[in-house]
Design a protein around this ligand. Structure first.
Ligand code: CA
Length: 193
Protein backbone atom coordinates (compact mmCIF):
# COMPACT_ATOMS: atom_id res chain seq x y z
CA UNK A 1 0.00 0.00 0.00
CA UNK A 2 1.29 3.42 -0.94
CA UNK A 3 0.58 6.73 0.70
CA UNK A 4 -0.08 10.02 -1.02
CA UNK A 5 3.07 11.42 0.60
CA UNK A 6 5.19 8.85 -1.15
CA UNK A 7 3.51 9.52 -4.48
CA UNK A 8 3.89 13.30 -4.41
CA UNK A 9 6.81 14.82 -6.31
CA UNK A 10 7.99 18.15 -4.94
CA UNK A 11 8.68 20.82 -7.55
CA UNK A 12 12.42 21.06 -8.13
CA UNK A 13 14.54 23.67 -9.82
CA UNK A 14 15.46 23.10 -13.46
CA UNK A 15 17.88 25.02 -15.65
CA UNK A 16 18.17 26.05 -19.28
CA UNK A 17 21.61 24.57 -19.80
CA UNK A 18 24.39 26.83 -21.00
CA UNK A 19 23.11 29.13 -23.77
CA UNK A 20 25.16 31.18 -26.23
CA UNK A 21 24.25 34.56 -27.69
CA UNK A 22 22.58 34.82 -31.08
CA UNK A 23 23.11 38.55 -31.53
CA UNK A 24 25.84 41.06 -30.72
CA UNK A 25 23.68 44.18 -30.24
CA UNK A 26 26.65 46.49 -29.68
CA UNK A 27 30.40 45.87 -29.80
CA UNK A 28 31.22 48.85 -27.53
CA UNK A 29 34.98 49.24 -27.17
CA UNK A 30 35.74 45.62 -28.04
CA UNK A 31 37.68 44.30 -31.01
CA UNK A 32 36.23 41.21 -32.72
CA UNK A 33 33.21 40.91 -30.44
CA UNK A 34 31.33 38.53 -32.75
CA UNK A 35 29.25 35.41 -32.24
CA UNK A 36 31.92 33.51 -34.18
CA UNK A 37 34.58 34.53 -31.66
CA UNK A 38 32.73 34.17 -28.37
CA UNK A 39 30.44 31.18 -28.97
CA UNK A 40 33.19 28.54 -29.12
CA UNK A 41 36.07 27.62 -26.81
CA UNK A 42 38.78 27.67 -29.48
CA UNK A 43 41.33 30.33 -28.40
CA UNK A 44 39.85 32.73 -30.94
CA UNK A 45 39.09 35.80 -28.85
CA UNK A 46 37.18 39.01 -28.58
CA UNK A 47 39.56 41.48 -26.96
CA UNK A 48 39.43 44.72 -25.04
CA UNK A 49 42.61 46.35 -26.36
CA UNK A 50 45.12 48.36 -24.37
CA UNK A 51 44.05 51.91 -23.58
CA UNK A 52 40.95 50.78 -21.65
CA UNK A 53 38.38 51.34 -24.45
CA UNK A 54 35.78 48.93 -22.99
CA UNK A 55 35.59 50.55 -19.57
CA UNK A 56 32.30 52.46 -19.67
CA UNK A 57 31.70 51.28 -23.26
CA UNK A 58 30.61 47.65 -22.86
CA UNK A 59 29.53 45.16 -25.47
CA UNK A 60 25.86 44.11 -25.41
CA UNK A 61 24.59 40.59 -26.22
CA UNK A 62 21.06 39.25 -26.78
CA UNK A 63 19.03 36.35 -28.18
CA UNK A 64 20.05 33.57 -25.83
CA UNK A 65 16.88 31.53 -26.52
CA UNK A 66 16.31 30.45 -22.93
CA UNK A 67 12.77 29.15 -23.44
CA UNK A 68 11.71 29.72 -19.83
CA UNK A 69 8.24 28.20 -19.14
CA UNK A 70 5.48 30.76 -18.58
CA UNK A 71 4.91 31.43 -14.90
CA UNK A 72 8.25 29.99 -13.78
CA UNK A 73 10.06 31.45 -10.78
CA UNK A 74 13.56 32.59 -11.69
CA UNK A 75 15.99 31.23 -9.08
CA UNK A 76 19.32 32.40 -10.47
CA UNK A 77 21.34 33.51 -13.49
CA UNK A 78 24.98 32.66 -14.23
CA UNK A 79 27.23 34.27 -16.81
CA UNK A 80 30.10 31.86 -17.46
CA UNK A 81 32.99 33.43 -19.35
CA UNK A 82 36.24 31.81 -20.47
CA UNK A 83 38.62 34.73 -20.10
CA UNK A 84 42.29 35.64 -19.70
CA UNK A 85 44.64 38.61 -19.48
CA UNK A 86 47.31 38.92 -22.14
CA UNK A 87 50.41 41.05 -21.78
CA UNK A 88 52.34 40.55 -25.02
CA UNK A 89 52.22 36.77 -24.57
CA UNK A 90 52.77 36.81 -20.82
CA UNK A 91 50.68 36.97 -17.69
CA UNK A 92 49.64 40.48 -16.72
CA UNK A 93 51.69 42.13 -14.00
CA UNK A 94 48.56 43.42 -12.30
CA UNK A 95 44.88 42.53 -12.55
CA UNK A 96 42.35 43.34 -15.17
CA UNK A 97 38.71 43.46 -14.05
CA UNK A 98 36.08 41.62 -16.06
CA UNK A 99 32.57 43.09 -15.74
CA UNK A 100 29.04 41.76 -16.40
CA UNK A 101 25.58 43.30 -15.96
CA UNK A 102 22.12 42.15 -17.10
CA UNK A 103 19.06 43.93 -18.51
CA UNK A 104 15.43 42.83 -18.32
CA UNK A 105 13.90 45.46 -20.66
CA UNK A 106 15.90 45.47 -23.86
CA UNK A 107 18.85 47.42 -22.47
CA UNK A 108 16.95 50.37 -20.95
CA UNK A 109 17.71 49.28 -17.37
CA UNK A 110 20.62 47.31 -15.95
CA UNK A 111 21.52 45.42 -12.81
CA UNK A 112 24.53 46.51 -10.81
CA UNK A 113 27.82 45.29 -12.23
CA UNK A 114 29.38 42.04 -11.07
CA UNK A 115 33.15 41.86 -11.40
CA UNK A 116 36.07 39.46 -11.15
CA UNK A 117 39.75 40.45 -11.23
CA UNK A 118 42.67 38.32 -12.45
CA UNK A 119 46.09 38.53 -14.05
CA UNK A 120 46.70 35.07 -15.54
CA UNK A 121 47.03 34.76 -19.31
CA UNK A 122 45.72 31.18 -19.35
CA UNK A 123 42.00 30.93 -20.04
CA UNK A 124 39.73 29.96 -17.18
CA UNK A 125 35.97 29.99 -16.70
CA UNK A 126 34.96 32.93 -14.55
CA UNK A 127 31.34 32.71 -13.36
CA UNK A 128 29.42 35.77 -12.21
CA UNK A 129 26.07 35.17 -10.56
CA UNK A 130 24.92 31.68 -9.64
CA UNK A 131 22.00 29.22 -9.58
CA UNK A 132 20.56 31.04 -6.54
CA UNK A 133 21.70 34.59 -7.45
CA UNK A 134 19.13 36.82 -9.16
CA UNK A 135 21.43 39.87 -9.47
CA UNK A 136 19.51 41.91 -6.92
CA UNK A 137 16.01 41.74 -8.38
CA UNK A 138 13.01 39.48 -8.96
CA UNK A 139 12.71 38.40 -12.61
CA UNK A 140 9.59 37.36 -14.49
CA UNK A 141 9.85 34.68 -17.17
CA UNK A 142 9.09 37.25 -19.90
CA UNK A 143 12.09 39.33 -18.85
CA UNK A 144 14.30 36.44 -20.00
CA UNK A 145 12.82 36.57 -23.53
CA UNK A 146 14.97 37.36 -26.55
CA UNK A 147 13.25 40.75 -26.81
CA UNK A 148 14.01 41.75 -23.23
CA UNK A 149 17.14 40.05 -21.90
CA UNK A 150 20.58 41.53 -22.50
CA UNK A 151 24.02 40.72 -21.10
CA UNK A 152 26.68 43.40 -20.92
CA UNK A 153 30.39 42.54 -21.08
CA UNK A 154 33.42 44.72 -20.53
CA UNK A 155 36.91 44.92 -19.07
CA UNK A 156 38.66 47.56 -17.05
CA UNK A 157 42.38 47.40 -17.84
CA UNK A 158 43.97 50.70 -17.06
CA UNK A 159 47.63 49.73 -17.58
CA UNK A 160 48.76 50.37 -21.12
CA UNK A 161 50.37 46.95 -21.64
CA UNK A 162 47.44 44.78 -20.61
CA UNK A 163 44.35 43.61 -22.36
CA UNK A 164 41.51 41.32 -21.43
CA UNK A 165 40.21 38.70 -23.78
CA UNK A 166 37.07 36.59 -23.99
CA UNK A 167 37.06 33.19 -25.67
CA UNK A 168 33.65 31.71 -24.82
CA UNK A 169 30.57 33.11 -23.06
CA UNK A 170 27.48 31.24 -21.88
CA UNK A 171 24.48 32.13 -19.75
CA UNK A 172 22.48 29.63 -17.70
CA UNK A 173 19.16 30.35 -15.98
CA UNK A 174 17.91 28.23 -13.07
CA UNK A 175 14.14 28.27 -12.53
CA UNK A 176 11.27 26.48 -10.83
CA UNK A 177 8.20 25.77 -12.94
CA UNK A 178 5.05 27.69 -11.97
CA UNK A 179 1.50 26.54 -11.25
CA UNK A 180 2.50 24.46 -8.24
CA UNK A 181 5.37 22.77 -10.05
CA UNK A 182 5.59 19.22 -11.21
CA UNK A 183 3.50 17.67 -8.45
CA UNK A 184 2.05 14.40 -9.70
CA UNK A 185 0.00 11.62 -8.19
CA UNK A 186 -0.14 8.05 -9.35
CA UNK A 187 -3.63 6.60 -10.00
CA UNK A 188 -5.17 5.18 -6.83
CA UNK A 189 -8.22 3.17 -6.03
CA UNK A 190 -10.29 2.15 -3.02
CA UNK A 191 -8.34 -1.07 -2.58
CA UNK A 192 -5.27 1.02 -1.75
CA UNK A 193 -6.85 2.07 1.55
CA1 CA B 1 36.39 31.64 -29.09
Amino acid sequence: MQTLTELATVAEADDTGEKITGTVVSTGGWTNLTTTRINTSDNSYATCPTGDPCNGNPGVLSTFGFGIPSGATIDGIEVISETGCDNAGNNCSTNVTYINALSWDGGASWTSNKTVAFSLRADADRTLGGPADTWGRAWSDSELSNANFRARVSFSNTASTRHGRLDFLRVRVTYTAGGGGATTFAPWQFSDF
